[in-house]
Design a protein around this ligand. Structure first.
Ligand SMILES: [Cu+2]
Length: 142
């Protein structure tokens, strides 16, 4: 009986690791605790493949639009919507808020510490202040 219990426990630990990665939360804010306007609360997140990120609308009017990613992920959420994405492919993902793309409301997700597509991210669309923000975030990675 004890042996069966150990096997079941071991199996469940295995299952949970296989099925559920970690979940990270990022809030979309009009203003963050430091007084910065139109920002994602965590601009850079390092995660592992299989992990998910949930964006929470602390304030309405913000969304998630994937701009560049290793697997050319096409994704755009509705403003004010809570959304969760699971990341399977290693690399850098650059996303932004569509209404505030020129204000530099953007973020990066790095999966498995893989920076191999950094040139793709550098070359991707970033209007106005977004270019300055994107460059400074990319610089902070190196
Ligand atoms: Cu926004």
């Amino acid at each position: 009986m004890r042996k069966i219990k150990i096997i079941i426990t071991a199996f469940c630990i295995f299952c949970s690791q296989q099925t559920f990665g970690a979940n990270y939360q990022v809030t979309m804010n009009d203003k963050d605790s430091s007084g910065n306007r139109l920002v994602f609360e965590k601009e850079i997140i390092n995660i592992s493949s299989g992990d998910s990120v949930t964006w929470l609308p602390a304030d309405k009017g913000h969304n998630i639009e994937m701009v560049a990613s290793p697997n050319d992920l096409k994704f755009s959420s509705s403003p004010g919507e809570e959304v969760t994405i699971t990341f399977e492919v290693p690399g850098i993902y650059y996303y932004r808020c569509t209404p505030h793309k020129s204000s530099g409301m953007l973020g990066l997700i790095i999966v498995d510490n893989d920076y191999s597509n950094i040139e793709q991210i550098k070359a991707s669309n970033a209007p106005g202040r977004a270019k300055i923000k994107l460059n400074s975030l990319l610089k902070s990675l190196l």
